[in-house]
Design a protein around this ligand. Structure first.
Ligand code: FAD
Length: 426
């Protein structure tokens, strides 16, 4: 069988169940990555879907993926095109029997799969970006608890554990592969990331499977996990939270690999409330994935899941003051400057600036989500849409949305204004 393996947000060779499935079934493979041109177009909010920071982190990882495939005498064929269009052409050109890829359960990505199916192209998808696979869950997706705590307690009570990560199949050594394109380099810009909490020009933070695994190993060789819960809400620097999210988002590493290292650390070095809390946060990540599977496109509606929120307003001038770091609040401006210039923002600052946009500037939460999509290195459709909907009361928050008192937050997290001065200075 002739297969096309379409890398999406799973840019790795190991613990890639979907890739292993393709290897198992095929005799010959065309390895493909497509930078969809929709990423470079301006959305209705007025900016590109994929900004320069994520594009750089992505292009680093694509180069590495090509090298990693090269170790098995294969290469990655990269295209900048409309995904469906180029896949159709490749299927015809190389008489491909089946396309294999990971399943991304979000609106646009599902639409791509539907379009291929309408053209009678055989596509085998596999959902693999979570800790738990769907058949491990003790409930049917339609009965997934809407409240995170109920979801977490059920998983913990039943002591359900993620499956062990798997290596790439030995067959990668002998399978034939097709070479179609020259290595396309995405057009990228280099910024000064020295002030960043995730400095992607530093070798230790570059995109790629090997860099990701090395970072993961080093994290658990240090004792950072033991104090994670005490430091996770800090705002600046490379040491305060795990920083796994950028690697997880593009699939350079898998959630199961993170769990595996965490589990070893707990068994061999130390287990405490902090190490548990890393698992707790990974559960949030899974929960937002499953919530999107359950509710689908509703999570992208203005009202989200909340019928009473149809009248949400938007103000483009106030929104622009937020994106450009020119609001009346210096603490908020600092956060927005950090995000715009580096592509990273701590979880606490994400919550504070999101609350400010929704509750104090009276803007549409989907505009905020779109801005995060454009700027974040770790943009992940499930976590981003899920958190924004949750914050705005259009998601599954049982309290109906979150309000962060900016003054109080600043006193607690930046009492001496170090953060504010750091990101507001030229
Ligand atoms: P850690 O604190 O070290 O957490 C460990 C891991 O747990 C993270 O890598 C992440 O995978 C997961 N995690 C932690 N918090 C959350 C959460 N609230 N929701 C889902 N997963 C979580 N995260 C993204 O990966 N991509 C996004 O696009 C994204 N958008 C967000 C938008 C808003 C408005 C908010 C409030 C949060 C968003 N988050 C997003 C979640 C969270 O802020 C980041 O995952 C976290 O800050 C990444 O840093 P870390 O890896 O050091 O996290």
């Amino acid at each position: 069988m002739r297969a096309l393996y379409w890398f999406r947000n799973d840019l790795r060779l190991n613990d890639n169940l979907s890739l292993n499935l393709a290897l198992e079934k095929a005799d010959e493979i065309l390895f493909v990555y497509i930078h969809d041109t929709s990423n470079d177009k301006y959305s209705s909010w007025g900016f590109k879907k994929m900004g320069e920071h994520r594009k750089l982190f992505l292009s680093q990882g694509l180069k590495e993926l090509n090298q990693n495939l090269g170790e098995y005498a294969h290469s990655l064929n990269i295209y900048v095109d409309d995904s469906v269009n180029i896949l159709k052409k490749l299927v015809i050109k190389y008489k491909i029997d089946t396309i294999f890829c990971e399943s991304i359960e979000a609106f646009d990505e599902q639409k791509q799969i539907k379009s291929l199916s309408i053209m009678k192209i055989d596509v085998v998808t596999y959902f693999q970006s979570s800790l738990f696979v769907e058949n491990q869950l003790p409930f049917d997706m339609n009965d997934l608890p809407d409240v995170f705590t109920d979801f977490r307690k059920t998983i913990e009570h039943k002591n359900i554990k993620p499956n062990k990560p798997v290596s790439i199949l030995e067959k990668i050594f002998k399978i034939k592969s097709i070479k179609d394109s020259k290595l396309v380099e995405l057009d990228t810009k280099f910024n000064d990331y020295t002030k960043s909490s995730f400095p992607i020009m530093d070798k230790k933070f570059m995109g790629g499977e090997k860099s990701g695994i090395l970072y993961l190993k080093k994290y658990f060789q240090s004792n950072k996990a033991e104090s994670y819960k005490n430091t996770r809400n800090e705002l600046t620097g490379i040491n305060f939270s795990t920083k796994f999210s950028p690697w997880l988002s593009l699939g350079y590493i898998s959630a199961r690999q993170v769990f595996f290292y965490l589990d070893q650390y707990e068994n061999n070095i130390k287990k405490n409330e902090s190490t548990y809390w890393i698992f707790f946060e990974l559960l949030w990540r899974d929960y937002f994935r499953f919530i999107m599977i359950k509710y689908g496109e509703k999570l992208f509606y203005k009202r989200g899941l909340n019928l009473s929120k149809e009248n949400i307003k938007h103000d483009f001038t106030r929104f622009e003051s937020w994106t450009t770091g020119k609001t009346k609040n210096k603490f908020i401006n600092a956060g927005m400057n950090e995000l715009r210039s580096t592509g990273f923002l701590s979880n606490r600052m994400r919550q504070i600036v999101a609350s400010y946009l929704i509750n104090e500037l009276g803007c549409d939460w989907r505009a905020g989500a779109a801005w995060f999509e454009s700027k974040l290195i770790d943009y992940d459709v499930y976590s981003n849409q899920g958190n924004w909907a949750y914050m705005s009361g259009c998601g599954t928050d049982p309290r109906g949305g979150r309000f962060f008192n900016v003054e109080k937050q600043q006193k607690t997290h930046d009492g001496n204004s170090t953060y504010q001065l750091f990101w507001n200075s030229k």
